[in-house]
Every structure is written in C-alpha cells, then in structure tokens.
Design a protein. Sequence first.
Length: 116
Amino acid sequence: MGNQFILTIAPPETCLAIYSSAAWEQFSEQLESIAVKDKLYRRFSRHIFANTETTSCDAQGRLVIPAPLRAYAGIERDAVSIGFSKRIEIWSRERLDSSSPSPDEVSEFMTANGLL
C-alpha cells in the first residue's frame, strides 16, 4: 500500500475501504469517465469525496479512523479488515457477521459459478 493510502466509505456496503494511491486514482478516473454527469452523479461524487481521507499508519502501525467514518461503518470497538479485489475493507465485527452468507447461499454461489 505504501506510506500513504486512501481511506473512504465503500457503498453500497456499510464498511470502509482502503485503497493504494494508484488504485484510488484508477477509481477516480473510472468515476470521471462516466458519460452522464447528472444530479445523481454529482450527489454520489460529493458523498464519496466528502467521506475520503488520505491517511497513513502511526509509528506503531495503527490506523486512526476519524469519528465520522467510524460512525458510517458502525465501528465502536472491534474492527475486521479483509482484502477484497483492489482494496482492503474495514468492517465492524457485528456488521460483517450479519452480512455473511448462509452455508446454502455459499454452496449455491459456488455451484452456479463452477467453483464447487
């Protein structure tokens, strides 16, 4: 990830996301390339960028998450990080547990996508 990275919200999920500077630049370029820049586009862009910070870990390797971002993700105490695609997601333990698929859903997904 490097010394500095981007911390932001991760809609439609109610978690946070950490992007490397390069991955964030790619996301921003994708967003900018959307052809129709209507009211929803402007509202979405403002929502994302208003909840985005460039940050880094402290000397002990800890990440300080600002209060508004903790509130968005429902992080009160325990947080869980998960590598996902081009980002790292940060979830409250409770929200992650409640969003996990059932064993039947996992099996159905794996079967439908040739993973089982």
